[in-house]
Design a protein around this ligand. Structure first.
Ligand SMILES: NC(=O)c1ccc[n+]([C@@H]2O[C@H](COP(=O)([O-])OP(=O)(O)OC[C@H]3O[C@@H](n4cnc5c(N)ncnc54)[C@H](O)[C@@H]3O)[C@@H](O)[C@H]2O)c1
Length: 462
């Protein structure tokens, strides 16, 4: 589920079918309703900022919506990434890709791309998280609706900034979707409703597991000398806490988010253990990134309930990628496989055995693509002018995830207040970056970047 969600070459009819819109007359009727843009035109325009795997996937999800939204501008810091994305999107949505020469390379490209939109259009932010607040601030100034990918922040200062920007966006009646897609899975929505109705009683503890081999750009060998160190770190963003919050934030935020949603609360504190077994790459070079390979975090809620989040990037270890909630009367398999992989199900007692099953979500073959659904919900809110702003909860999910990472990296108990009010900003002046800027973390003479040292560095992660 945590793939880019970029769909294989499908026709528009396939997208409609995949979205479930073929299932009912009312849904079909929905397609023919003339779409009226808030500003009077009949077609939403989109600008894509960050044209990698997820950005391309999000643009696909966007263009498959009612009214056939049109892609009119693209921005990236790598020409190749933009070109690949443009090619792939043009092949799938020839008549909806109208980018022309509005292709912008560089750290200020986001401004030019958003300048190509009209108030009420949609900007997509799918760069690594370091640039979220920078891009969001400009979108609010321009009166644009936004879809931004998770996570939203990695540290206290940018979390506070984003919470403030969220208020500004709501004050301007902008609609903002955040790519924590679990909450848009219809199966998980029904599970949430059942848990609120008391089907498994009061939730006492929850478990999230994302354990796999070495994925993404989490482990990095030394900078090869080109492209610039800044661009290289961006291209390997899972390796650097300033860019992504590291593997912990990027990979585990979905489970943290959907489990907290089921509990209807954010944890107030946490502690964690973790470490790095090997820093030597298979070819013999030293890994220089800032990640641990194993994390186990115990979050505590105000009522004493616990959430355990285990994460591991380790080849050869047993894989496990699922989540569970345990209540006073029963339990739930929340995500059977992946970030929000169906079926979700509930049980009497604490074992997920068939004879104890109370409910299971519909057959996974029935369309319920949360990546599509989140766009359906965002564009419906724009069409109907209903309040829609997922940023606050996106920040809180990111902050709770950062708190777990921070507690593990420092070997301290950390409260949510401490994390929110921490003064260490990991990518200061991200709004002023140019192609010549130095990278936010610098290597020592041996090419090694600062890494967490639990129990030694206790006031900052690095
Ligand atoms: N919701 C999900 O399931 C899901 C899945 C995958 C990725 N994501 C999120 O999407 C984001 C992007 O991930 P990805 O896998 O697509 O990575 P990617 O590296 O494929 O794409 C990121 C793109 O942003 C560009 N970029 C970086 N900084 C930029 C800047 N300042 N201005 C313009 N462009 C810039 C990069 O060059 C790259 O093309 C991450 O935050 C990731 O966590 C979410």
């Amino acid at each position: 589920m945590d793939s880019t969600s970029e769909l294989s070459p499908l026709t528009r009819r396939d997208f409609v079918r995949a979205s479930g819109l073929t299932l009912g007359a009312s849904a079909l009727a929905g397609i023919s309703i003339p779409y009226v843009h808030a500003q009077g035109s009949d077609q939403l325009r989109i600008a894509l900022i960050g044209c990698g795997g997820r950005g391309t996937g999000a643009a696909v999800n966007a263009m498959a919506q009612i009214g056939s939204p049109k892609l009119v501008a693209m921005a990236d810091v790598f020409q190749q990434k933009l070109d690949n994305s443009f090619k792939s999107l043009s092949a799938k949505f020839e008549s909806q890709v109208d980018v022309g020469d509005r292709k912008f390379i560089g750290f200020d490209g986001y401004k030019h791309a958003m300048d190509a939109l009209r108030p009420g259009d949609i900007a997509i932010f799918t760069t690594p998280l370091a640039f979220r607040w920078v891009h969001f601030k400009y979108a609010i100034e321009k009166g644009l609706n936004v879809f931004m990918e998770k996570p939203l922040t990695a540290d206290g200062p940018t979390s506070r900034r984003m919470l403030d920007l969220a208020k500004q966006a709501s004050a301007k009646n902008l609609k903002v979707g955040v790519g924590l897609m679990s909450r848009h899975s219809h199966a998980m929505q029904e599970l949430h409703a059942r848990i609120q109705d008391g089907e498994i009683g009061d939730i006492n503890f929850m478990r999230g597991y994302r354990m796999q081999g070495v994925i993404g750009s989490a482990f990095s060998e030394p900078w090869p000398g080109q492209p610039s160190e800044l661009l290289w770190q961006i291209s390997r963003f899972h390796s650097f806490l300033w860019a992504s919050g590291g593997g912990f934030s990027d990979f585990y935020v979905h489970h943290v988010d959907h489990l907290c949603w089921l509990k209807n609360a954010w944890p107030v504190k946490c502690q964690g253990v973790g470490g790095r077994t090997s820093r030597i790459a298979p070819g013999g070079k030293t890994y220089v990134d800032q990640n641990f390979d194993s994390y186990s975090v115990e979050y505590t809620f105000q009522d004493g309930a616990k959430l355990f989040m285990d994460g591991r990037c380790m080849n050869g270890a047993v894989p496990l990628y699922s989540s569970y909630a345990h209540g006073s009367k029963g339990m739930a398999v929340v995500s059977k496989n992946g970030d929000c992989g169906r079926p979700s199900s509930t049980y009497k007692g604490q074992s997920p055995v068939k004879e104890n099953m109370l409910w299971t979500s519909p057959d996974p073959k029935i369309a319920d693509d949360p990546y599509f659904n989140e766009w359906q919900d965002l564009t419906a809110a724009i069409r109907n002018n209903t309040p829609y702003n997922e940023v606050e909860r996106g920040v809180m999910a990111s902050l709770v995830t950062s708190m777990g990472r921070y507690a593990t990296h420092t070997a301290q108990e950390v409260t949510l207040d401490e994390m929110l009010n921490h003064e260490h900003e990991y990518a200061p002046d991200a709004d002023k970056f140019t192609m010549d800027s130095p990278a936010p973390v610098q290597a020592n003479a041996n090419g090694l970047y600062p890494v967490p040292e639990p129990g030694i560095k206790t006031k900052r992660e690095y």
